[in-house]
Design a protein around this ligand. Structure first.
Ligand SMILES: Cc1cc2nc3c(=O)[nH]c(=O)nc-3n(C[C@H](O)[C@H](O)[C@H](O)COP(=O)(O)OP(=O)(O)OC[C@H]3O[C@@H](n4cnc5c(N)ncnc54)[C@H](O)[C@@H]3O)c2cc1C
Length: 442
């Protein structure tokens, strides 16, 4: 391959050279950056979003998670969401910790066991204390268990000693910033260890020469710039990484993906007056059937939008009396992520999984005493599988361009359906170790 600029545009200003550039600060990017900095590498982190303090307000959520074409995408009837801010989607996630299916990764010569164990050791992973599981989640759990379901508390990434007995809630029902582990915490540590963070930096493509990565092209608001390094790790999430690699000439990037579509089923319990719960306190996984069910207490604003979207009167669903269950499925790999559009029609099997999960959720809500049950629209918050191991990257997460790696939910090689954060972090730890010649973090 001769000299070429992969997607370089406009006139560029060069900046000094780093050992490694990490693009994106979600759970995967934050882990790679922190571990590389800890191993003594000179790391530049480029992040499109900003690092304004997390307020949990509707206004900030609209800007970082729900602004069309940036955080939110209408994908053939599914509202796909991602967080664009330092910390990525983990600023808005529900903090549920799930291990990857190790045998799935084994099929691609990727053994994640020791890396999962090692990231978990550094994280506040535990089921919620009894006093932090709210009355609504308990009512749902009791009903599900009465129906014979294996409904149990889920492990959470929450510093429970930082939760007040009445858990402070931001929009999207997240516990307060300090109480919920999020990737911004590890970005801060990477910076303390010497990494440089540039925010508001939108990366469009990777530069390469003679088949090797040499840096990235980005726009920081004042024109196009180029940052140089021999190692480039793209961790811009399931949508962002596919787009950047596509613009850089990596084959297969963005051709088919999953997003784990979900439906929230809600019903009102006459006379119930209960405070908000931590979402996803407990649940159950129907692995063979391809769906997972959990309690999901959404904020009042969200509940009103769900009700209005389903054509029911929002005033009949006061937040303190409404029980909600999330049905999330493992969807087939399909569709495509292009530079300007995203398409993905649900398959007949996807629709059947959603239908089966919703029917069980409705049964649980009825058993819990809920009436006037309705299903919300379909949304999704786990874009991934768009730059798959074995197709666009090898088992070391390297692309066909030497020195160019992808590391985040996009490399998950098969349909998924699980909370991916721990997996993204384990992949990040494994890659940082590989790039450091096998050395462990200091
Ligand atoms: C409401 C909600 C609830 C969730 N709940 C859970 C949960 O309970 N448990 C769980 O495990 N997961 C949950 N998730 C999913 C989880 O947050 C994501 O799967 C995880 O954050 C993915 O990590 P990532 O590293 O792949 O990328 P992301 O978190 O998407 O981070 C990618 C980063 O790259 C940046 N970026 C994108 N494009 C560019 C570009 N061109 N240039 C520079 N930077 C760019 C973005 O701003 C972002 O910071 C939830 C998500 C949402 C939205």
């Amino acid at each position: 391959m001769g000299d070429r600029s992969c997607g370089r545009r406009g006139s560029a200003v060069s900046t000094s050279k780093f050992d490694a550039i990490v693009v994106g600060t979600g759970p995967a990017g934050a882990t790679v950056a922190r571990d590389l900095a800890s191993a003594g590498h000179r790391v530049l982190i480029l992040e499109w979003g900003d690092e304004a303090p997390v307020t949990g307000t509707l206004e900030q959520t609209m800007e970082q998670l729900m602004s069309p074409g940036r955080g939110a995408f209408a994908v053939d009837g599914v509202m796909l969401l991602r967080g664009v801010t330092v910390g990525g989607s983990s600023i808005y996630y529900y903090g549920t910790a799930t291990n990857p299916p190790f045998d799935l990764f084994d099929r691609y010569a990727v053994d994640l066991r020791s890396d999962v164990a090692s990231v978990r050791e550094e994280l506040p992973v535990a089921e919620l204390r009894e006093d932090l599981i709210g009355p609504k989640a308990t009512q749902i759990q009791t009903a599900a268990q009465r129906l014979g379901l294996d409904w149990r508390p889920l492990e959470k990434l929450i510093y429970q000693d930082r939760c007040e007995s009445s858990v402070p809630m931001g929009f999207y029902s997240a516990p307060a910033y300090e109480a919920k582990w999020n990737a911004r915490m590890w970005v801060d540590e990477a910076v303390t260890l010497g990494a440089e963070l540039r925010t508001g930096a939108f990366v469009s493509a990777v530069e390469c020469r003679d088949g090797r990565a040499t840096g990235v092209v980005y726009d920081a608001g004042s024109g196009t710039e180029v940052a140089h390094a021999d190692i480039v790790v793209v961790s811009a999430g399931g949508v962002g990484t596919a787009r950047i690699l596509q613009a850089s000439g990596v084959g297969g990037a963005g051709e088919a993906f999953f997003h784990d579509p979900l439906v929230i089923v809600s019903g009102v319990v006459p006379g119930l007056v209960a405070p908000p719960d931590i979402p996803m306190s407990a649940g159950t996984h129907f692995d063979d059937e391809g769906f997972m069910l959990t309690d999901l207490c959404t904020p009042a604003e969200n509940l009103a939008v769900l009700a209005a979207g389903a054509g029911v009167d929002p005033s009949r669903y006061p937040s303190e009396s409404t029980l909600q269950i999330m049905v999330k499925i493992r969807d087939d790999l399909a569709g495509s992520i292009g530079s300007n559009d995203i398409t993905k029609k649900l398959t007949a099997a996807d629709v059947e999984r959603l239908e089966n999960g919703c029917a069980i959720a409705e049964g649980i809500l009825r058993e819990a005493g809920a009436t006037d049950i309705f299903r919300g629209g379909i949304s999704a918050a786990h874009p991934g599988g768009s730059v798959r191991i074995g197709e666009s990257v090898n088992a070391n997460l390297e692309t066909s361009i030497e020195g160019l790696y992808a590391c985040d939910a996009s490399v998950i090689p098969e349909p998924w359906g699980l909370p991916p954060t721990i997996t993204c972090m384990a992949l990040g730890r494994r890659l940082a170790r590989h790039l450091s010649g096998g050395a462990d973090r200091r």
